[in-house]
Ligand binder design. Structure first.
Ligand SMILES: [Zn+2]
Length: 254
């Protein structure tokens, strides 16, 4: 097949050089359909843009323009992300205006951090900082006895930058999930379940699910559960199933 798109030397083809092969044809249709689908979704999401027809992408020239637009958007987002990341992480590394000390277990070296950031990025820290025993004067210390120094640093890196290298996650996943487990309570368990589900953090998800099942009465009648159920119907199905299995286990053991 003399395809003008994928042949290495189109000039040696006989004029009018207007044949394309099945794969190139399918590929072109596929990418045009995909872009139109994405554009329609975006317009529906916005609910405003009725002027542009939804099948605005008709040719491969449109495709190339669309890809180049996306590339520009990606560059802008990358700049924004690195701006946000650099600011907070530098403040942590250089100890700029820190107002709380975090102390790992075994009397490890404490790490100065920022209350506002911890409370906004982590429900667990928010609860700890809100609780009376931690409403301490500036530069007071919270002890996280379940974590060693290296694990604490990883947790902070994640909270400050929004990401953590895969090998660090794998190395510390157990300790970090234990830390979360010790701090689980009826008011944060649904948040922990939601977050661990989004992050595919399997062991933490199991821990949170077990906690919820064991404290089902407190949680099922809370206002938070109504809100949670609307947002996470799939997790409610999992909670229901886990609760039934737990009830069954109790009956068998009687
Ligand atoms: Zn081809």
């Amino acid at each position: 097949m003399d395809c003008v798109v994928c042949t290495s030397m189109p000039v040696i083809l006989r004029p009018p050089r207007n044949t394309i092969c099945g794969a190139c044809y399918e590929g072109a249709r596929g990418i045009i359909n995909l872009i139109n689908k994405l554009q329609t979704e975006k317009q529906t999401e916005k609910g405003t843009d009725h002027h542009t027809p939804s099948n605005s992408c008709k040719t491969l020239v449109d495709v190339s323009r669309w890809v180049s637009d996306r590339k520009d958007t990606e560059d802008v987002l990358k700049e924004e992300v690195s701006f946000l990341r650099a600011g907070f992480f530098t403040a942590l590394q250089d100890q700029i205006h820190t107002d709380i000390q975090l102390q790992p277990g075994n009397n490890g070296l404490s790490v100065p951090a920022h209350r506002a950031l911890l409370a906004t990025r982590s429900q667990i820290f928010k609860n700890m900082l809100d609780s009376d025993e931690c409403k301490a004067p500036p530069m007071d210390t919270i002890t996280l006895s379940e974590l060693n120094f290296e694990e604490l640093e990883c947790l902070l890196e994640f909270l400050y930058t929004g990401s953590l290298a895969k090998e660090k996650v794998e190395k510390h996943v157990y300790a970090l999930s234990v830390a979360a487990d010790k701090s689980l309570n009826s008011s944060n368990a649904l948040d922990v379940l939601e977050i661990s589900d989004i992050c595919s953090y399997i062991s933490l998800k199991e821990t949170a699910l077990n906690f919820i099942v064991k404290n089902m009465e407190d949680i099922a009648f809370s206002v938070r559960y109504d809100e949670f159920a609307l947002k996470n119907p799939h997790l409610c199905v999992q909670i229901t199933r886990a609760s039934l299995m737990e009830a069954k286990k109790k009956i068998i053991s009687l």
